[in-house]
Design a protein around this ligand. Structure first.
Ligand code: COA
Length: 169
């Protein structure tokens, strides 16, 4: 199927999505994210994802590919700040079997639609590792502007060499 013809649905993060987080917590999937997290950190992440929409500080979703409704990954956005301005930050993850088929791009197009309708902040930002071709590819494909390299603390306690990309909403 052509990459721009793939169809996805976003579903609010739910209790069953802990399975998805576990599938995403492998050495391959976390190569550019500091490696797999401990069980305790993973459970904390799951709880944060469950709570974030109730706290009105963002939204996390599972990504479901249509028409067969396979869960293929996750996307989301949350409140952040960039150089003193309140902004949206975003992130994504697609399981290895489904990568490079246009799914992250399709899911993120929906996220961009949601934040445009929400109108809370004027821009959305992403900080993929400099050497993560897939993630930088997603930003480029979505029309984000590449501001340049920067250092971000991720995971907590270690510095990551990232690219700063942003999209004006
Ligand atoms: C990054 C990731 C989410 C990309 O998801 P995806 O569904 O494969 O991305 P898409 O298919 O929508 O690809 C978007 C663009 O990125 C490029 N791209 C995707 N995977 C790539 C790869 N492995 N190598 C080079 N380019 C790649 C594609 O070329 C595509 O552009 P094109 O369609 O014009 O060719 C996925 O690889 C992933 O989950 N990786 C592990 C977790 C991770 O790194 N998360 C991001 C943290 S910031």
């Amino acid at each position: 199927m052509a990459k721009d013809a793939v169809q996805v649905e976003l579903r609010a993060w739910s209790e069953d999505d802990l399975v998805l987080l576990r599938l995403q917590n492998t050495p391959e999937m976390t190569e550019h994210l500091g490696g797999p997290e401990s069980e305790e950190k993973l459970l904390n992440r799951h709880q944060r994802y469950l709570n974030i929409s109730g706290q009105k500080t963002g939204n996390m979703f599972s990504v479901v590919q249509l028409p067969h409704r396979e869960k293929v990954g996750s996307v989301g956005y949350w409140d952040s700040d960039w150089q003193g301005e309140e902004v949206y930050e975003t992130g994504w993850s697609i399981l290895p079997l489904y990568q490079n088929k246009g799914l992250a791009t399709a899911a993120m197009l929906q996220v961009i639609g949601i934040v445009k309708r929400e109108r809370k902040y004027r821009s959305i930002h992403a900080f993929p590792a400099i050497d993560n071709p897939g993630s930088n590819g997603v930003c480029r494909k979505l029309g984000f502007t590449l501001d340049g390299p920067c250092e971000v603390e991720y995971p907590k306690g270690s510095m990551m060499q990232s690219n700063h990309w942003f999209l004006e909403l």
